[in-house]
Ligand binder design. Structure first.
Ligand SMILES: Cc1cc2nc3c(=O)[nH]c(=O)nc-3n(C[C@H](O)[C@H](O)[C@H](O)COP(=O)(O)O)c2cc1C
Length: 364
């Protein structure tokens, strides 16, 4: 391999990689580290492995206890749920509580959103004091209330402001700043290739692209072609992660092989399935599909999440927090409804353990 410094920017190299019988030229600040002759993906100093699998931020889903179990099964980078910059700088309890993470989760990013540049820079500084590994900006939330204010994916309507806001946040903090966004605002404005370049130019250290526009509904299949174009743009030298419709190890491999991204981010397929990170990695390494976890394993792992939930919020609140996850853990089990009902009504740890024991006995 030949390596020489290019004129692109201070830490960017042109690297020639020998792959599939020919050399590929890459402008590259990410593949700077070798491990067992493999190149590692990095966000500044944060090493993420050869092909990182990221847990997508999901409001009301990816709370610290759930992230804990995802980490157990190999999530390489995780994020808090999105946090309102306005809420954060006003010390709103709900927003501040979302800053919580466990040391075990590292590397972890705090994700913020907002429409006001000043509030966003202050919120980024506030988030930085919680000592995460990076700050992520949400430019992807399609929810009407958020978009109407010009936050989340709403900012895709005003690219110059998006660039100014990003630059201001990058300059306001010492931590690396990353962005999660979409292909563009709508079908007529799929501008992500240019947007990604401009965001890189103002200093972001990685980008995740969700393969939909703001106006596309989740039932429309994610379009990975443009995600691939972002990655294959010769000017891009930061990691590009693809997101949208990774459902299992086979789709993960398809997106990995077809679009050349640096890693994948997984959202909905993780519901009740923290094992997916391990399963995908095993499939990449050995081509083997792992059988779905049996009832004992589901109970074992959901108990870990329950325990973390109670450590995080105390017994009663912890039990309430995990309630929304029970249905996911036992999805597809016939006649589960009465058990679910009991899990929803029980508010002591002893009671929950009793119901879990009944579930195990019933389905074993
Ligand atoms: C319930 C739910 C909540 C979400 N909350 C967030 C969020 O807080 N921040 C964010 O960037 N994206 C959020 N998203 C979008 C996901 O991170 C992801 O981009 C989207 O689900 C597509 O990926 P998937 O096909 O793997 O699910 C959310 C999605 C869902 C379904």
């Amino acid at each position: 391999m030949v390596k020489r410094r290019s004129s692109l920017s201070k830490n960017v190299f042109i690297v020639y990689i020998y792959k599939q019988n020919h050399f590929i030229q890459r402008n590259c600040s990410i593949f700077v580290c070798f491990h067992k002759n493999q190149l590692l993906v990095k966000i500044e100093d944060i090493e993420l492995g050869e092909f990182p699998i990221l847990l997508a931020p999901m409001e009301d889903v990816t709370d610290p206890p759930f992230r804990y179990v995802c980490k157990l099964f190999g999530a390489d980078l995780m994020f808090t749920e999105f946090i309102s910059s306005e809420g954060l700088i006003r010390d709103a309890d709900k927003s501040v509580k979302k800053l919580d993470f466990d040391e075990f989760e590292r590397p972890v990013g705090i994700q913020i959103f907002g429409h006001n540049i000043d509030s966003m820079t202050k919120a980024a500084q506030y988030a930085e004091r919680a000592n995460p590994d990076l700050i992520d900006i949400n430019y992807g939330c399609p929810v009407r209330k958020v978009v109407a204010k010009g936050a989340g994916a709403g900012i895709l309507n005003d690219i110059p402001k998006m660039i100014r806001m990003t630059e201001a946040v990058v300059n306001a903090v010492k931590l690396p700043v990353t962005v999660k966004t979409r292909l563009g605002y709508d079908e007529e404005h799929k501008e992500i290739v240019e947007i990604a370049e401009r965001l890189q130019d103002v200093g972001i250290k990685a980008i995740t692209v969700h393969g939909r526009t703001r106006t596309q509904r989740p039932r429309i299949p994610a379009d990975w072609t443009l995600i691939g174009e972002v990655k294959n743009n010769q000017r891009m030298h930061i990691p590009v992660f693809g997101n949208g419709d990774v459902t299992d190890p086979v789709t993960a491999k398809h997106f990995k092989d077809t679009y050349g991204v640096d890693g994948l981010m997984i959202g909905r397929a993780v519901y009740g399935n923290p094992w997916i990170f391990r399963d995908i990695k095993k499939y990449f390494e050995a081509g083997e599909l792992t059988p779905t976890p049996d009832i004992q394993e589901r109970i074992r792992v959901s108990k870990i999440q329950l325990e973390r939930s109670c450590i995080w919020k105390g017994e009663r609140r912890g039990i309430m927090e995990i309630r929304k996850h029970w249905g996911n853990y036992f999805k597809g089990y016939p006649h589960f409804k009465p058990f679910r009902q009991k899990l929803m009504e029980t508010d002591t740890l002893e009671g929950v353990h009793k119901v879990l024991a009944e579930i195990e006995e019933f389905y074993a």
